[in-house]
Each structure stands twice: as C-alpha cells, then as structure tokens.
Design a protein around this ligand. Structure first.
Ligand SMILES: NC(=O)c1ccc[n+]([C@@H]2O[C@H](COP(=O)([O-])OP(=O)(O)OC[C@H]3O[C@@H](n4cnc5c(N)ncnc54)[C@H](OP(=O)(O)O)[C@@H]3O)[C@@H](O)[C@H]2O)c1
Length: 284
C-alpha cells in the first residue's frame, strides 16, 4: 500500500466471529484499526447510511462484513471509493457463484452477488473471501445454545461439512489487507477435512465430557417451523437456504484458499474444538 498505510483500517462487523479476529490480528501486526458495528466504538449500521461517512473518513482499507439480505453493499462500495479507500477485502460465502447452491429466491445470495460485482468493478484493489460454514457456529454462533442444551436439530441429513476455522478466515483477511499479492484474488476457504454433525458433536463431547446428539429433521416445513419459533421471515428463509448447501452434500468439498493465500494448511476441526473448549465455550 502507498503513503496512506498509516491511516486506520476499517473493520466492519468488528465485534463478530471473523471481524473480532481480524481486529486482533491486525493490531498484532501493528496496524491501526477502526472497529465498527452497531454496538462498536465506531457506530456503523448497514441500514442507516448516515453512519457510513464517519466510518469511512480517512481510512486506507476496509474489511467488509455484509449484512445478509440487505442490498446496500454496492452503494457502500461507491462511498468507499469516493472516500479514497485503496483496498477492500470482502467476506462473501462459498457457493455464491454456483447455481442452485442457495435457494433461487434467496435475497441474501443476490445481494452477495451484486456486492461482489460492484467490488470487482470498483477500480480499487479488492480480495474476495468465500468461506464455507464456520466451525465457530458451534461455539459462538447459531449451534451453540443447542449444543449446550444437548440436542442440535437441523435439516441437514447425514451430510458432512468441511467447517472452516474463523481464525483462518481472519488470517487470510489480514494478509490481503496488509500484504502484496492478494489483489484480484477470490479465495474459497474451508477446513482440511469434512465431518458429519454426529462426528463434530462426538469430538466436542470427547474434549468437554458434554454429550449432545444431532437430530436431523425434514427440510420441508423447516422454514415455517423457524418462523413459528419467532425468527423473522427473511432470516428464516435465508437460514434454511444456507443449510440447503449442506443437505445437498456441497459443503463437504475441501477448498484450497487457506493454502493458496497463506502457504500453509487450514486448521483442523479438532484444533478448533480444543481451542474453543479451553475458552469455556460449552461449559462456562
Ligand atoms: N456463519 C457462517 O457459517 C458463515 C459462513 C459463510 C459466510 N458467512 C457470512 O459471514 C457474514 C457474517 O456472518 P455471521 O452470521 O457469522 O455474523 P458475525 O460476523 O459473527 O456477526 C455479525 C456482525 O455484524 C454486525 N452487525 C449486525 N447487524 C448489523 C447492522 N445492521 N449494521 C452493521 N453491522 C451489523 C454485528 O455487530 P453489532 O450487532 O454490534 O452490529 C457483528 O459484528 C455474513 O455475511 C454471512 O453470510 C457466514
């Protein structure tokens, strides 16, 4: 990067599963960081564009975590270019460019495709990360409460998933934000091996002593069940659409992005389980 390297790097979703790790890793490399989200020090809301200008003022680069289903990404990219941002690293998702991976009427995937296209056409340096399902869904995300309660219910059949550790996603993001050689790259990211939900829960039980069982349910009617449980309709349909890729076996694929970007293998699910257990993710 050029003379503006000393300017801060804006990290959107800076309190989330990848953003918080990007913040830590950037600081470890001596970079100045502006942490942004609705609850962060720099208030940023995807649904309120008055918060975008202050977040984008005098930053060199952006780690961009989009809000699923919100179509304002391309407008944000234009604002970033106008503000003088030199480089954007986008967190997208695996399967985004594969027809049928997500449900055809999934507004989340259309918004992601539009955002990727806007970034490629922006004229500034860009890197796109397309991770599969995060391992940290078990310890910090959607699966955690059910794992702690002893029963994880999903419409995903007997499929296996090459869960990617968000530490790896952050490491790739930081390399792309700070180092040369990643501009114009699209990195598909996964872990080095696929595990079934039964195997994943058995690994967690082996380390924590806490048993949880996987309960596969019929995908038909799952969205309606989520809505009945109180999830907003849009969130329920995007969630079911994202799980569709797992159910169809597409998330078992091993992707080479971590190796390509960092020159080392991706972290294994077992390493994730040990690290998360040590923080008390399932027992505290
Ligand atoms: N989870 C997965 O397995 C997975 C896999 C592939 C791709 N992805 C993609 O990764 C992205 C993040 O997913 P995640 O669910 O794991 O979430 P996350 O990054 O753990 O959390 C969401 C982040 O966005 C912020 N946020 C929420 N609403 C916001 C708003 N209206 N305006 C600005 N910031 C907002 C949150 O902070 P505040 O609440 O403080 O605003 C938080 O920092 C999504 O685009 C998703 O499609 C996820």
């Amino acid at each position: 990067m050029t003379e503006t390297t000393q300017l801060p790097i804006l990290v959107l979703g800076g309190t989330g599963k990848t953003g918080s790790r990007v913040v830590t890793a950037l600081r470890a490399r001596g970079a100045t960081v502006r942490v942004a989200s609705r609850s962060a020090e720099q208030r940023f809301d995807w649904t309120d564009d008055r918060t975008w200008g202050p977040a984008l003022a005098a930053v060199s680069a952006v780690y961009l975590v989009p809000l699923d289903g919100v179509p304002t990404g391309p407008a944000f990219v234009r604002r970033a270019v106008d503000a003088g941002v030199e480089r954007i690293v986008l967190l997208s998702a695996r399967g985004t460019d594969v027809p049928g991976y997500f449900a055809a009427d999934d507004p989340g995937n259309q918004a992601r495709l539009d955002l990727e296209a806007a970034l490629r056409a922006s004229g500034i340096e860009w890197t796109i990360l397309r991770p599969g399902w995060f391992a940290q869904n078990f310890s910090e995300g959607f699966f955690r409460d059910e794992v702690r309660a002893g029963e994880l219910t999903l419409p995903t059949g007997a499929a296996s998933v090459s869960f990617v550790d968000t530490e790896d996603i952050a490491a790739v993001a930081v390399a792309a934000l700070l180092d040369p050689g990643h501009a114009g790259e699209t990195y598909e990211l996964s872990g080095p091996r696929a595990v079934t939900f039964d195997e994943a829960l058995a690994e967690i039980a082996a380390v924590t002593g806490r048993q949880a069982r996987y309960v596969p349910v019929d995908p038909a009617g799952y969205t309606a069940e989520l809505i009945a449980r109180g999830l907003p309709e849009l969130d329920a349909s995007m969630w079911a659409s994202a799980l569709n890729g797992i159910h169809r076996g597409l998330e078992a694929k091993i992707s080479d992005g971590v190796q390509r970007a960092l020159g080392r293998p991706a972290r294994d699910f077992t390493d994730f389980v040990r690290a998360a257990a040590a923080t008390g993710a399932w027992t505290a």
